[in-house]
Design a protein around this ligand. Structure first.
Ligand SMILES: Cc1cc2nc3c(=O)[nH]c(=O)nc-3n(C[C@H](O)[C@H](O)[C@H](O)COP(=O)(O)OP(=O)(O)OC[C@H]3O[C@@H](n4cnc5c(N)ncnc54)[C@H](O)[C@@H]3O)c2cc1C
Length: 406
């Protein structure tokens, strides 16, 4: 009997990983992606132990990961010309592995994306580029999807991995505007500044009305992003034009200490993009169509959990498919409803909590006024010794499984 065809909409970060798992578990996945080829857009991701734990289930993938792990995570305050270290943690791969099983790893998005696409293709997954899904029609035992170029295709069930502007989500639950958080980021890639050479450091710098995060993504290069409150900017991850990039390189941010100013001055491919999320949905599926990753729970990036939570979604949906459909046979709508209900019950509240947490973290990062900033900095300093915060981090990094049930 032929394997069951599953359509994955979107070949971003989640789609290729999901399709790889589906293929290795006896399904016949096909990915449809809106853009015509994988591009260079985007900056970087900080992969965290919970996300890496899921990726480790694809044999050989982590060994090829083109990333870099920070040895130290340093939180600093830069206020009124005065610089102060608030927190300095050992995050070396050995320490992280000992505590959480996996390290932190900074990776350029384009390189991570290429690796995940290659991995899916090596496992025999077909990817149809240049196909934007626009219409979804469900019948008793299948879904027909129509693409903007007129192509139609049918699959047993569909997983919408089509990101912040998901048409799958619109088809299921109607159109609503993405929520602009009021914050934008400028980000780029730079040679590791002299101040940080010899140390592989993740820097988190808290200023007056702005914040910078910077971490190594390859030997000798740091990716960085500055968050600030500004007028709404498009979320397209596109590089600024030459004049705009020069303006940022020469602007006030280039005077920051701790090597941050140097990162701004030497920044390449500087992009500016608005930060968005969406309100929590009541449900993530209808019939044979389900949402995953940013399509279900888009988030602002301040907890670094966007991609990592998408990987957790994938783990659970694959685990539940195995539980309810161990032979990977043609699933009834009732069976899929069991899988998708368990999945959303487990994931919806958890991811909503993280989306709200990321918003809160973003607001703290752009606090204005010296007194308010000093108060914030004290909270950060104290937080590094707070047992509840440490426990929350332990739980986050220890997810989504101890022994895989996938
Ligand atoms: C170009 C780009 C660059 C990014 N850069 C960064 C970054 O530097 N740092 C960061 O933290 N986050 C970045 N993100 C967001 C980040 O990838 C996600 O937050 C996260 O990894 C979750 O992945 P996802 O697969 O759910 O969504 P995404 O990675 O956003 O993938 C969604 C995919 O679906 C495709 N798609 C959309 N609509 C349709 C449709 N109707 N039919 C078919 N395909 C469709 C999109 O083109 C995209 O490839 C970027 C997203 C994009 C699209």
């Amino acid at each position: 009997m032929a394997n069951i065809r599953v359509m994955v909409v979107g070949a971003g970060i989640a789609g290729p990983v999901l399709a790889t798992f589906l293929k290795t578990r006896g399904y016949d996945p096909i990915i449809y992606e809106r853009v015509s080829s994988p591009g260079e857009s985007g900056l970087s991701h900080l992969l965290q132990p919970n996300g890496l734990r899921v990726l480790s289930l694809i044999p050989g993938l982590l060994e090829q990961m083109p990333g870099h792990s920070p040895d130290r995570m340093i939180y600093c305050s830069s206020l009124d010309g005065k610089e102060d270290i608030l927190v300095d943690n050992d995050t070396s791969p050995d320490t992280m592995r000992e505590q959480f099983g996996f390290p932190l790893m900074g990776v350029r998005r384009a390189e991570l994306h290429r690796l995940l696409i290659d991995t899916a293709e090596k496992h025999g997954v077909e990817i149809k580029w240049g196909h934007q899904a626009i219409e979804f029609e469900q019948s008793e035992d299948a879904v027909q999807v129509t693409f903007a170029n007129g192509v139609k295709d049918v699959a047993s069930f569909v997983v919408g991995c089509d990101g912040l502007h998901s048409n799958t989500r619109i088809a299921l639950f109607g159109k609503e505007k993405a929520d602009f958080t009021g914050l934008v980021q400028f980000g780029g890639l730079s040679p590791t500044p002299a101040a940080l050479q010899g140390n592989s450091v993740l820097l988190s710098i808290y200023g007056n009305g702005r914040h910078m995060i910077a971490y190594p993504v390859v030997e000798g290069k740091h990716a960085w992003a500055i968050t600030t409150r500004e007028a709404e900017a498009k979320e397209d991850w596109k590089t600024q034009n030459v004049e705009q990039q020069d303006e940022i390189r020469r602007g006030p941010l280039s005077a920051w200490g701790f090597g941050a100013g140097e990162l701004v001055k030497t920044g390449q491919k500087i992009a500016k993009y608005g930060l968005y999320d969406r309100p929590e949905l009541k449900s993530w599926f209808k019939g044979r169509i389900v949402l995953l990753g940013d399509a279900a729970h888009p988030t602002s990036p301040h907890l670094g959990q966007g991609a990592n939570q998408a990987f957790e979604d994938i783990y659970h949906i694959m685990r539940l498919l195995k539980k309810y459909n161990p032979s990977a046979g043609q699933p009834s709508t009732e069976l899929l409803s069991q899988v998708f209900t368990d999945y959303q019950d487990l994931r919806l509240l958890r991811t909503s909590e993280l989306v709200r947490g990321a918003r809160k973290q973003g607001e703290a990062r752009v606090v204005e006024g010296i007194d308010a900033c000093r108060a914030r900095d004290e909270v950060i300093r104290a937080g590094s010794n707070d047992d509840a915060a440490k426990m929350a981090q332990y739980e986050l990094f220890s997810g989504p499984f101890k022994d895989s049930e996938m």
